[in-house]
Design a protein. Structure first.
Length: 286
């Protein structure tokens, strides 16, 4: 009888433990790259299970490191896994996984800030990644600009950043990132991870957030308009909107009133629909 798993490159049970890989290749985590390794394969497999449906999917992973999450992705139903890694030390460490994957895992040695996953793999696509802490937010903002090109994003952040993504109005975590993410995607925390789950352990806990693209109406504001408005509104979050928006509008009060927002309101009091309506009204005055 043919062993289907070994032929399709999803059986990685013969590979050495990740701690042995780290020792063999002398892969100490680099603080400058924001590296914290997730070595428990039970945890990485759970992340993949919770992330969503991988059938027919082309997956991009940023910062694979020694390959903990990478192994779980290769074991999944994904058609292709493409890992983007800027640290050349990990190319050799991932060699065994690449060989065992029967062509389903490829490695691109590049800075993730300089490449676009949409250009790297065909649709349907997703990004699943334990993001380096020092570039997680700028990477996310870049991917949000083309969120409709993805089936989903499943991304691990520092817990405080993850909390901002899913925060509700009138909470301290609600801000620019909350509005931009929830405007474009359904955002849900699918897993919390304590600091002790990582090697070396970071100073704070982490969480995985799944972002599923929303269907946007034709008259929705463009990304730049929304981003500029929200940045101004939250730039001085304790100020009333009639004051904070003066950097964009000569007379903010009539525009605010036209969409039912009190000029004395602060940015954290306005929900996603309110910001969308405000962006449309501001666009109409320009």
């Amino acid at each position: 009888m043919t062993d289907v798993k070994s032929n399709d490159g999803r059986d990685l049970s013969h590979l050495p433990p990740l701690r042995d890989v780290i020792a063999t290749h002398d892969l100490a985590a680099k603080k400058a790259f924001g590296q914290h390794f997730l070595l428990d394969l039970n945890v990485t497999r759970r992340i993949v299970r919770e992330a969503g449906d991988f059938n027919d999917l082309h997956v991009v992973e940023v910062g694979p490191g020694p390959g903990g999450l990478t192994r779980a992705l290769v074991e999944s139903a994904a058609v292709q896994v493409l890992a983007v890694e800027r640290d050349p030390r990990f190319a050799a460490a991932l060699g065994d996984v690449i060989t065992a994957s029967a062509g389903r895992l490829q490695l691109v040695e590049a800075d993730a800030l300089t490449v676009d996953p949409v250009d790297l793999v065909p649709a349907p696509r997703a990004v699943v990644s334990n993001l380096p802490y020092n570039v997680g937010t700028p990477l996310l903002i870049g991917w949000l600009k083309r969120i409709s090109e993805y089936r989903f994003l499943a991304l691990m952040f520092q817990k405080e950043v993850a909390d901002r993504l899913v925060a509700r109005p009138r909470t301290s975590a609600y801000g620019r990132l909350s509005v931009m993410c929830q405007w474009l995607a359904e955002c849900r925390t699918i897993m919390d991870l304590p600091a002790r789950a990582f090697t070396p352990p970071p100073k704070i806990d982490s969480a995985v957030v799944r972002l599923t693209p929303r269907v946007r109406p034709a008259d929705d504001p463009d990304f730049s308009t929304m981003e500029t408005l929200v940045a101004a509104a939250f730039g001085q979050r304790r100020k009333m909107l009639r004051a904070s928006l003066k950097t964009l509008m000569r007379e903010p009060e009539p525009v605010l009133l036209s969409v039912g927002i009190a000029p004395t309101a602060r940015a954290e009091e306005v929900d996603i629909d309110g910001f969308v309506a405000l962006a449309k009204a501001w666009r109409a005055t320009r």
